[in-house]
Unconditional design. Structure first.
Length: 189
């Protein structure tokens, strides 16, 4: 069974594209209640209205509902303005979530595009030895857009530079989300 864990599912575009590409199941993880509500239901997609991080709890999600929503206040909104919709969102520890929902008997892929939380998630999964559960890991390093987090990308890339961890940077010139996902899945087999 091919399973995609889509962290930062936003409107579900990647989740639905994964089904078109032959994935058997998708976990669509989206902390914004407004965004999670826009994901079109599908029998092969389970929507989790939660964020992932290094520790469980609640955090303020700034600009909830926008495609730039982030727990980091200094993350610029793509629209260039604050939409005023800050909400408290539930955060689960990434390794605890993976332990509950990801089977070592499946072919798992992990896509992370979560507006700055990617380093916390990757560090937690690495420290618990869980990254090797994934055939491929695709990350959009949004920390580069956040002044307080910018330095973390190099630290995480250095940490994850070892055999058995297949990391793919999603930043690039792709004509569509479908093309980006398709290239990544073909690259990682």
């Amino acid at each position: 069974m091919r399973v995609l864990v889509d962290v930062g599912a936003w409107d579900g575009e990647t989740a639905h594209n994964a089904i078109k590409l032959g994935f058997d199941y998708v976990h669509a993880i989206e902390p914004s209640p407004e965004s999670a509500a826009t994901i079109q239901p599908h029998t092969k997609i389970r929507i989790h209205n939660v964020g992932l991080g290094k520790k469980a709890g609640y955090q303020t999600l700034h600009n909830s509902g926008s495609n730039g929503a982030s727990v980091f206040k200094d993350k610029p909104n793509l629209s260039g303005k604050h939409n005023g919709n800050d909400v408290q969102c539930r955060i689960e520890r990434a390794s605890s979530w993976v332990d509950k929902h990801v089977s070592c008997f499946h072919k798992n892929w992990l896509k992370i595009n979560c507006e700055g939380s990617e380093c916390d998630i990757l560090e937690d999964l690495y420290s618990e030895g869980m990254l090797k559960l994934f055939k491929g890991i695709a990350v959009d390093f949004d920390v580069l857009k956040i002044p307080s987090q910018k330095h973390r990308m190099k630290e995480v890339l250095d940490l994850l530079d070892e055999p058995g961890i297949h990391l793919h940077n999603l930043t690039g010139n792709y004509s569509s989300d479908f093309q980006r996902l398709s290239c990544w899945v073909k690259f990682d087999g």
